[in-house]
Design a protein around this ligand. Structure first.
Ligand code: NAI
Length: 283
């Protein structure tokens, strides 16, 4: 199966990156969000990213124009009927995702593959909102999508082999490295990463050290390219909290309890880089 047209749902930091890498690989993209201003914000962020590539001499102006021409905006989910694959990258919330998938199941032809970029939610549960669980799969990109090589591909309980193979082939076409994993809370990436971030937040909460010091220890001492609190701000503290809640509920083990300080920041609207404040301040 040679996928030529995709719809990306959610034009936020992940959705716009996912749209960009598809358009750069010659795939037509419909970028969908609930409001036109969100769609336009996503397209502007793609355009700015491509402009930086032109400045660096990695892309010509004509290529930039061609890439942008492959992306059309949408605020009507019915446009999904034109796509061979839908990749959902809306908020990390099971009710939101299940309702989007139930609607997509009604709108799209029965062959359409429905993928989710969820960081941690069960693919099998999202698939159960449809009548085609064999066509539902996790396609988990890393942030920032144009830079990071990994795509974690998650098989739900019923995902068909040919669906897995189509997504693996597409990931390779995007110049990414696919890795196959099974459907357990947090998959591999966030099951390992997020408890470390949560522990770093507990370290702030208990007054062991300041955020700068914690990040410095992990960068210089463990050779991490970015400290865990900088990374948390970059991912979005709301997304970090959703993932910890999924791990906590999914495994029922107290070791995954979200740090109260993380909850407090999210309640305050301190969501990290995207809101201008998290563990650090951003202008
Ligand atoms: P974001 O907050 O930047 O963007 C989410 C977008 O989805 C917003 O533009 C919002 O308007 C839109 N949206 C919300 N409900 C919608 C609906 N019903 N229909 C259409 N659009 C809707 O969030 P971000 O960071 O892009 O995350 C999106 C997904 O990707 C989440 O599931 C998250 O867990 C996952 N993810 C996030 C990563 C990160 O580092 N932030 C990394 C990998 C996956």
């Amino acid at each position: 199966m040679n996928i030529q047209k995709v719809m990306v749902i959610g034009a936020g930091q992940m959705g716009s990156g996912i749209a960009q890498v598809h358009a750069m690989a010659g795939v037509d993209v419909i970028l969908h969000d609930i409001k036109d201003e969100y769609v336009q914000r996503g397209i502007t962020s793609i355009s700015n990213h491509l402009a930086r590539q032109v400045e660096k001499g990695r892309l010509t102006k004509a290529e930039k124009t061609e890439i942008l021409e492959r992306i059309e905006g949408s605020t009507d989910l019915a446009n999904a009927s034109e796509a061979e694959l839908v990749i959902e990258a809306a908020v990390e919330n099971i009710e939101v995702k299940s309702s989007i998938f139930a609607e997509l199941d009604q709108i799209t032809p029965k062959e359409t593959i429905l993928a989710t970029n969820t960081s941690s939610l069960p693919i099998t549960e999202i698939a159960a909102a449809t009548n085609r669980p064999e066509k539902v799969i996790g396609m988990h990109f890393m942030n920032p999508v144009p830079v990071m090589k990994l795509v974690e591909i998650i098989r739900g309980l019923a995902t068909a082999d040919e669906v897995y193979e189509a997504i693996e082939e597409l990931a390779l076409r995007l110049n990414k490295t696919p890795v196959e994993v099974n459907d357990f809370p947090g998959f591999v990436s966030n099951r390992i990463l997020m408890p470390m971030i949560n522990e770093a937040i507990f370290t702030v909460y208990e007054g062991v050290a300041e955020p700068e010091a914690i990040d410095e220890v992990m960068k210089l001492g463990m050779n991490h390219p970015m400290g865990p609190l900088t990374l948390a701000d970059f991912i979005g503290l709301d997304t970090c909290l959703y993932i910890m809640e999924t791990l906590h509920e999914g495994f029922g083990d107290d070791k995954y309890r979200p740090c109260p300080l993380l909850r407090k920041y999210v309640k305050a609207g301190w969501l990290g880089k995207k809101s201008g404040r998290g563990f650090y301040k951003y202008s």
